[in-house]
Design a binder for this molecule. Structure first.
Ligand code: BG6
Length: 491
């Protein structure tokens, strides 16, 4: 473990991301002892001229109690907030960043610098349009003091551009100022417990090794559903749409971990090399394997143009051209304002060859990884219906986390990822070439939608989305199980 002081600088300190995710995650890390008062200081930076006190009171209400520490919550919050200082300034002016550097340096000096180091983590909770000027300012005025050792890292979050060209431009601008090991591109899905479990599951279990391929698997679905619309984010959302908001990043990252080959080792570069390889094997998306939707009422939001062509729902088939996956459709589905909120990976196996039970069966074997809510993995399988009759029934082997790991606190994605940025572990962050490969897959389709050549179908809020999406999944080979629903066990 590194000693010495750590400065976490949250730029865009009073924005939504900072308030809802960054500060609460830092608070939980603090409460659990991963960052400690004696060696951490947190700086908020934004344009508005407010006091330390103002910033603290804006954040306070978002700091939820850590499980198990409810009783001392008030006190913990007070202690944590004392670590936060606020500096105001523009995002493209020397002055503010010089002030920021001064504040950080003073703190570093006060921590007896001869023993300490200068570790500076800049969290850009900002719109990407200001990434380039902010990075430039940090590079010019706020780098760690090299005589003390330590490091400077920056954390950025999507949207990284709107298409291949704009993403590459942004990468080049940041890349001129910082080296790849200093850049942490967050995709918060990579911080979810069951996403982090995917590699362990696949590569540490003999069960899965021989089955995980085109010989046994019929199709794989990666699904994200939300039961609310764009709720006040319409203006942002309309610029991007569901493919850029969810599929090109969150679901594609999941696809990588489901489909990639075994990495040489667990070193971050080895893992990311494999992710890039599988992304590069994805074939161009066919128009007839895409269904787009837009929920009725979406354009009622005053910040959304009446004639918006932006999809709030999309299903598409991705095909991976390699030895393991040729012929296995990866059905990606994401939608807002649907009938439920969940994210899952559904691996459907092929039919049993020469099946003597075929006429009695309800469905195929499936292995489902429920990312949220109610984290679980379950295997749908056919068993004899218990009792006197010699019939079959669909059942499941169920590993529900809430039941199996009752005592364990499952950390929030941001908590885990911020801890990784402090520790310097880039495995769960998106590398520049990975981002490029991801944009290469979707850019032609996105351009066709942007030009209005593909139109979203209307669907009712609270529905399953357009019916055409279910038909597409069926056409791709997915067989729905009838008369069986998995019910998460109650405690
Ligand atoms: C964000 C998207 O990246 O992920 C949002 O911009 C979406 O539109 C959110 O609601 C979903 O994250 P989670 O962790 O709630 O599934």
């Amino acid at each position: 473990p590194e000693i010495g002081c750590l400065s976490v600088i949250v730029l865009g300190a009073s924005g939504d991301l900072a308030k809802k995710k960054t500060f609460p995650a830092l608070f939980h890390l603090y409460r659990q002892g991963f960052i400690q008062s004696q060696d951490v200081h947190i700086f908020g930076y934004a344009r508005t001229a407010i006091s330390d006190h103002d910033l603290r009171s804006r954040i306070r209400g978002y700091l939820t109690p850590c499980k198990g520490f409810e009783e001392t919550h008030e006190e913990d919050v007070a202690q944590f907030l004392r670590l936060i200082k606020y500096v105001s300034g523009a995002y493209d002016k020397e002055e503010g960043f010089r002030l920021l550097d001064k504040a950080i340096s003073e703190y570093e000096l006060s921590k007896n610098s001869t023993e300490g180091s200068s570790r500076r983590l800049f969290y850009l909770a900002l719109p990407p349009s200001v990434y380039p000027p902010v990075c430039k300012m940090i590079r010019s005025y706020c780098m760690n003091k090299s005589d003390l050792g330590g490091w400077t890292r920056i954390v950025v979050e999507k949207p990284f551009g709107r298409d291949l060209a704009s993403a590459e431009e942004l990468s080049a601008q940041i890349g001129e100022l910082f080296d790849e090991p200093q850049i942490y591109r967050i995709d918060h899905y990579l911080g979810k417990e069951l996403v982090q479990n995917l590699m362990v599951l696949r590569f540490a279990n003999r069960f899965f090794l021989p089955l995980w391929n085109r010989d046994n698997i019929s199709n794989i679905q990666i699904v994200f559903r939300e039961d609310f619309g764009t709720d006040g984010r319409g203006g942002y959302f309309d610029q991007y749409g569901i493919i850029r908001d969810i599929i090109q990043n969150h679901l594609l990252q999941v696809l990588c971990l489901v489909a990639m080959e075994k990495p040489v080792s667990l070193k971050p570069e080895h893992v990311r090399d494999e992710k890039v390889k599988v992304l590069q094997s994805v074939l161009p998306i066919e128009d007839n394997e895409v269904v787009l939707g837009q929920y009725e009422g979406y354009t009622d939001d005053p910040t959304v143009p009446d004639n918006s062509n932006t999809p709030t729902f999309a299903t598409m088939v991705l095909r991976i051209h390699n030895e393991r996956w040729e012929g296995v459709p990866f059905i990606m589905k994401a939608g807002k304002a649907l009938n439920s909120r969940k994210a899952e990976i559904r691996v459907q196996f092929k039919d049993v060859p020469g099946d003597i039970y075929k006429c009695q069966k309800q469905g195929r074997n499936e292995f489902v990884i429920r990312l949220q809510p109610s984290e679980a993995m379950y295997m749908k399988l056919t068993v004899k219906q218990p009792g006197l009759e010699m019939t079959t029934a669909q059942s499941e082997l169920d590993l529900s986390y809430g039941q199996r790991y009752q005592e364990t606190i499952i950390p929030e994605a941001y908590e885990r990822l911020i801890l990784d940025t402090i520790r310097g572990d880039q495995q769960h962050f998106v590398r520049r070439d990975e981002l490029k490969a991801a944009w290469e897959i979707f850019t032609p389709l996105l351009h066709r939608i942007d030009r209005g050549e593909m139109k979203p179908l209307p669907y009712k809020p609270g529905s399953r989305g357009p019916e055409e999406a279910d038909k597409l999944a069926q056409k791709a080979g997915y067989v729905q199980t009838h008369g069986y629903i998995w019910i998460p066990p109650t405690l």
